[in-house]
Design a protein. Sequence first.
Length: 363
Amino acid sequence: MSFTLRAYAAPDFSKKQFVDAPESVWMPAPADQVAPEGFHAMSIYPEYFKIGGTWMLARESRMDCVPVFEYGEIAVREIRTLRRGDLVAVGRTENGEDGIFVHPNGFQETRAHNEVFSFRQGRSRETAFSRDYDELYGLLRHEREHGKIVWVMGPAFAFDYDARNAFSLLIANGYVHALLAGNALATHDLEAAYLKTALGQDIYTQESRPNGHYNHLDTINRAQYHGSIAAFIEREGLSDGIMYQCEKHGVPYVLAGSIRDDGPLPGVIRDTYVAQDHMRAQVREATTVICMASMLHSIATGNMTPTYRVLADGTVRQVYFYCVDIAEFVVNKLTDRGSLAARGIVTNVQDFIVTLTKGLGLQ
């Protein structure tokens, strides 16, 4: 299936609704990390602000952050980063009444029919996903050359021989431009490379090894001895796996720590907000995001991923967002938390990544 980016349809600001709209109002933050009363919180959609008679688009956005007018542009910042005196937009309407317009239909998908009532409009284990796979093949081939593909992953991939190899192939063939994960994925992937187990089980036969429950701890301990994941891989002669391929091909990764981590590995970011900043640094340039088998990291990433990206030449293009999980609850929870543009695929993520790799012709 050939792939074409959807064109962006900007609002027609010559309409009376926009011409007659008031200027947006900007109030100074009263203190560090405090927004003014009535502050405007951003959504995942393109948002325009009327300033000096011109409707300006916020070039980068993030849900639940605030727009700040500085240096003639609209920056979008977390409230925790505000400094006293920063000019923050106030107003909580979305159709121009406060000089703010939220544009949810810029990449409207053409529907084959306009029936109000029809069956199977949700995403569940009964949904047929063949078309989704075909669209993904075309999208990923396009993005490999023209975009930035960010993957968000839980540890399930490190537990399966075929899935681990499949994702390694995606990295080696240029389909992974950044990886967001936690301590567990990296630990069990490195355990697989170091001791051929994941949580003490052989990654192919699933047989438990004697004292195998020590294996992930021994892996973390050895990595800490070497001081970094890169040094651990080099000095122990590791030659396969997800982290190995990331290091080999210079793919950046962010490992965000959590309260339940063993260790953690060197390089895992233990401060939640520092980890969030590093994740957003990757996401703010992403054009496709695929989240798999990690509800925590998927929702966190979904909350910081807008539906659009403004390119260097001013073009506004769509950001594609997929959530893949065996549990319908996880796929649907992203929508509940505000990531309304997320496309869900309900399936075993290990099977998903193997199927995807084969569909891309990688063996």
